[in-house]
Design a protein around this ligand. Sequence first.
Ligand code: ADP
Ligand code: MG
Length: 335
Amino acid sequence: MSQSSYLKDIAKYGLENEQEKLVEVLNELIEYSKKSRRINLALQLQSILKEGLRANESKGLVVVGSKKYFIREDDRLLDELIIEKITSDYRFDNLVCSPSTKNELVLFTKEHETINMLQQFNLPVSNKLLLYGPSGCGKTLASYVLAGELERIMYVVNLGAVVSSRLGETSKNLSRIFKKAASEDCIIFIDEFDSIGKLRDYSQDHGEMKRVVNTILQLFDYMPQRTILIAATNQVDMIDEALLRRFEYKILLDLPDESQIYAIIDVTLQKTPFRIKSKRELEQVVRSCRGLSYFIIQKTLITAIKRSMYNFKDLSQKNLFIDTSIWKDLISKEK
Ligand SMILES: Nc1ncnc2c1ncn2[C@@H]1O[C@H](COP(=O)(O)OP(=O)(O)O)[C@@H](O)[C@H]1O
Ligand SMILES: [Mg+2]
């Protein structure tokens, strides 16, 4: 290429706002100028480019080694705000809960499956759901199930992380997340929703917390009906009363009762060849699981399976029996 063709490309990409190509062709021109011994021009262009890139860095253009590229707005948002963008294959079958909890979750998904009809009749759509209950009882899992059932992309925001790492910017960041999700018809999942309460401890004057609560109230009030907000907390009493009132659905995911303990054991063993030898042993172990979360039951069971396995002589059998004394030991350590 000649100098004039580089100039034409520069003019073209500059006017078309093609930053990436512009940077590329500028680098080529710098190389070309060096080779054709126009060193001054090369140096001047280099410094213009550097200045420009530095100014652009805040806008998302990043230089790594000799490579320059744009980070997509998406990626930047995800990095800065400690959020993940996920799709989910989870379905209602993956979640063990009481029939009434399941019913409420199903009703919530119905709102969105029938949104056009609701809007046709001028009925408001419920799009804010609070999942509450003790740790390890499926709040995060339920949000994944809803994302899977509704076949929507979900932004997972860990409010605890946002609040503690970016004190002072929490309101601004939350607004950005909501705007982004609204533009994409997504689900926003805010985990550790009670962390707003923590702001009380971080800032002396409570000003930051009030600001964040007010921002969230506003964001809630102006949320498009197609955007879904799911929040989760294991400390529901930490949450501001005005915020609580905004949730049309508040669903408790509680510790499992006896039948749910049987069900979580079933779900966990379903896809494995491992079984519990007798009904009596199963009843005993279920009794000792009372008061434990689904998560702990599942975790101790899986550990027990692994440890039982070391004693199996023949792993090709159809049913492999779990040593429930190992499991019971693990359970008693959790209490
Ligand atoms: N209700 C449940 N049904 C099935 N599995 C569950 C349930 N609750 C918890 N688990 C298991 O424990 C793991 C952690 O649960 P999680 O959803 O993170 O609990 P929480 O968010 O309430 O603390 C899940 O990924 C799942 O394997
Ligand atoms: Mg969770």
